[in-house]
Every structure is written in structure tokens, then in C-alpha cells.
Design a binder for this molecule. Structure first.
Ligand code: GRF
Length: 202
């Protein structure tokens, strides 16, 4: 299967895909890594792995008085026409996709979110879970891979994993634990998604 991966930053989850493919744990091809930020470190990871990259910033659209929907529609059409992937992975893509983007590539987009379904939607999920745990409001947190719908961090769950929080944790130690679980679950989640569509066999 053919994958397009969208990033905005570090790209450690992209790295998990690169490593899984190199090890033969995931039989797939990353056609292109797209970033909305030129400075995203994930672009270097892609380049090192000889994966094509494409930077698609929002600013020129804003400067031209164009809307976010116009940006999203153009990006979705480029992905569809140039790559026609089986799966689009949002691996730390820090833009909320508009419904128009999703309509152009229906049923093909998955997202990774560092919280359990229905908890801590949106940004700073790890920090909010840490605080809630320390206030005795939640017993643990988790991560999930889910299908993308217009509502942020909602959409049918593909995989979830509970991640413990300990009293002696700092935000940093929790974040580290969450990221290492993310790296497993995002690759596994992509496989489950593709298998369910009969696009992948072990
Ligand atoms: C991850 O925590 C992901 O869940 C969130 O953004 C982060 C991306 O990390 N949506 P990285 O760029 O893959 O290292």
C-alpha cells in the first residue's frame, strides 16, 4: 500500500514508519512526506530515508487573502491527483482539517492522538491528562489512532492503548512514555486500517 504522511514538527512518528518499513515489519511505501512547516525536523528524517518531501505552508494563502478551506482543498487535490494514496496519516499535523479536505479523500485519513477517546481533544492533551491525574480526576491516560472526521480528535477508533501515569512522573517523563507508545500504535493502527480494507496482508 501507498502512504502519504503529514507532519508539522519533530516527526518521531514518521520515524516509526520509516523504521518499521526498513525492518520489514510494515510492507508499505511512503510516497511523500508533506509538512506545513519548512523547519519541521521530520523533513530531514524523510530526506535521510530518501523519501520525497513537500512543504506546503499556509502563509502564502493568508497573504493572498485566501481561506483555510482553499488551502485544504488545494492540498487534498494535490494528494489525490499526484499520489492517490491508500492511506493518509496525520502524524503530528498541527492543522485542523476542514470537512472539504476530508470529502476529497473520504475514508482514507487516520490520526494519532495522545489521549484516550473522548478525553482531552485538541492540543496539550498530555499536559491536561497529567494535571487531571495529579488532581485525582483520572486513573490513567492513553493514546489512540482513529479515523478522521471533521470533529477534532473524534471519529471511529482504530486502536487505543492505556498508558499509566505515576505519582512521581513529571510532564516530561509522562510525555516520553506516551511518545514511545505512540510509535508502536501508529504503525499498528495503519496496518489494522489497511487490513480492514483488504489492502494489507501480513
Ligand atoms: C504526537 O504526540 C501526536 O500524537 C500529536 O503530535 C505529536 C507528534 O509528534 N498529534 P512527532 O512529530 O511525530 O514526533
Amino acid at each position: 500500500p501507498k502512504l502519504v504522511i503529514l507532519i508539522s514538527g519533530n516527526g518521531s512518528n514518521l520515524q516509526a514508519f520509516i523504521d518499521a518499513i526498513e525492518k520489514g515489519d510494515l510492507k508499505a511505501e511512503i510516497q511523500v512526506v508533506i509538512s506545513n512547516k519548512k523547519s519541521a525536523y521530520g523533513l530531514e528524517r524523510a530526506a535521510k530515508a530518501n523519501i520525497p518531501t513537500f512543504v506546503f505552508p499556509l502563509k502564502p494563502y493568508k497573504d493572498a487573502g485566501k481561506t483555510r478551506v482553499e488551502y485544504d482543498v488545494d492540498l487534498a487535490n494535490i494528494i489525490k491527483e499526484k499520489y492517490n494514496p491508500d492511506l493518509i496519516v496525520l502524524a503530528g499535523w498541527m492543522h485542523i482539517l476542514s470537512a472539504e479536505f476530508i470529502d476529497i479523500l473520504p475514508g482514507k485519513i487516520i490520526n494519532l492522538h495522545p489521549a484516550l477517546p473522548g478525553q482531552f481533544d485538541g492540543t496539550h492533551a498530555i499536559q491536561r491528562a497529567y494535571k487531571a491525574f495529579m488532581e485525582g480526576k483520572i486513573p490513567h491516560t492513553g493514546v489512540m489512532v482513529h479515523k478522521v472526521i471533521p470533529q477534532v480528535d473524534r471519529g471511529e477508533t482504530i486502536l487505543t492503548r492505556v498508558v499509566p501515569i505515576y505519582k512521581e512522573d513529571t510532564e516530561d517523563t509522562l510525555e516520553e512514555r506516551i511518545h514511545s507508545v505512540e510509535h508502536e500504535i501508529i504503525v499498528e493502527g495503519a496496518k489494522v486500517f489497511l487490513k480492514n480494507k483488504n489492502l494489507y496482508e501480513d
